[in-house]
Design a binder for this molecule. Structure first.
Ligand SMILES: [Zn+2]
Length: 148
């Protein structure tokens, strides 16, 4: 059992004792497939950020631990990446169909999943949480609602 200091915090913390589900998803052409663990996505806030990249790519984001995300088809090496500014965020997308599965923070122990790429997700049922990333001086920070 890890002590709290050993457990990295997520930008949107999971409720204690939440039932953890396994979600699957991937890109449109199915070259990239993934699965990850997360509490019921409809019961938690989904980050709707207005920073330039989130708006441009249509991200609606949830967060999971890097150890709880894995590719089931393709890999990170099969994806094209994009980074800008000093955000230290790597945006990953399928080189064939262009789908963005979500950015990663290499220095952090979590990854971001673009809920739009989750299998059978009902976007209309998500609890979108507005986040004002546009106002942060150097783009989105690593803590929701907190500037760097
Ligand atoms: Zn694809």
């Amino acid at each position: 059992m890890a002590t709290p200091s050993e457990v990295p915090s997520l930008p949107v913390p999971w409720p204690e004792n939440a039932e953890i589900k396994v979600y699957t998803g991937g890109c449109h052409c199915k070259a990239i497939r993934y699965e990850f663990s997360h509490p019921d996505i409809y019961s938690m806030p989904v980050v709707n950020c207005n920073c330039t990249i989130c708006e441009n790519r249509g991200y609606l984001n949830v967060f999971t631990y890097a150890k709880d995300f894995r590719f089931t088809k393709g890999s990170a090496d099969d994806m094209t990446t994009y980074a800008f500014g000093d955000c230290k965020i790597i945006h990953r997308f399928c080189p064939t169909c262009g789908t963005s599965i979500g950015p990663t923070f290499p220095a952090k122990a979590f990854v971001v999943v673009n809920t739009r790429t989750i299998d059978d997700i009902d976007i209309q049922k998500l609890q979108l949480k507005p986040v004002d990333g546009k106002s942060w001086p150097s783009g989105p920070g690593t803590k929701v609602g907190e500037a760097k």
